[in-house]
Ligand binder design. Sequence first.
Ligand code: SF4
Length: 351
Amino acid sequence: MTTTIDQQADVYSRPNARFGGDGTLEIRASAVGNCRRALWYEATGHQVTNPRNDDSLTMLEAGNALEPVVLRAMARAGWDITPTDRDNPRMVSLRLGARLAVSGHVDAAGVAPIFGNEPGIVEVKTRGPEAFKKWRTLGAECSHPESVWQAACYTYGAFDEARDVVIATLDTGNRVWDYEVIPAYRVERAFEQACARLGELASHHLVNGPDPYALPERDFTADDWQCRRCPFLNACLPGSAAVEPGDEPAVDAELVSDEEAQAALLEYEQAQEMLKAIEEDKQWALGRLQSWLRQRGEDKARLEGGRKTRTVGMVKTTRYNVDHKRLNALLDPETRATIVTENLSRYLRVS
Ligand code: SF4
């Protein structure tokens, strides 16, 4: 394994995969977790069949533009941050074997008390509120392992050894940020996982050379979000045009016209108004009852209601807060996955 540090201005717009002049397959560090077939399509020059739309490009650019905001917030919070010069970014290139290399630009190096005196890699991510919550609860190794693989590659590329890395994340909806430290021994493991992933692609390259029609196996299926957002979806899975879950027409559902949907929305709005008024009445009544109890110097009392005698009483509840950051630092991803589990529910929101 050798490392080189290079300056390259087009680093932010490089392809995710390409063949270098000497035939080396170069993978962008941020794409280490991408589908290997998609990387092969890109490296071998297949035509993009499903380009990003304008909204998706705007989201991507907004995420990139917000990265320095997070770094400045970290500096204000006392971190010793050395951000990459975005006009002249430092490229870290890491050679993995004879025919494959990983390269990318480091967001920043950072020193905090948790690092001691040693600078470590800071990888900045921007996420929507749901993804932010998922990351905070499960930790990056479970929620977004590719971000840890990426930071691990940078760490080995920059320091030639495993060090603690920091994943700093901005919630783009609520404009709050937080960070997670991945200890060095788990960074080492993440690096091994990234190498194993890419090793299969390197073997494919060794066996087939840059043959555009010798495609690696698919890493995902048409239901996965990776396929739905894949620029080569129509080439890889013809006929599975990106259908968001929930967009499929329900087979046996009664057809609803636009006018009926409009009428249902009006009904919903009226019901919401009524519920709001009822909730306000309820809160007023509860406030009066609480004052009455307090006047009597009691925590509980019986009162005759409209249909039955009721008990009016103060209830104490205890809430338990889990410090997910400390939990994630202490537990490896496998142990954590047995403790923090995920439940997916679907509901319709009208906003
Ligand atoms: S459509 Fe899915 S399986 Fe095919 S290349 Fe893209 S991500 Fe991979």
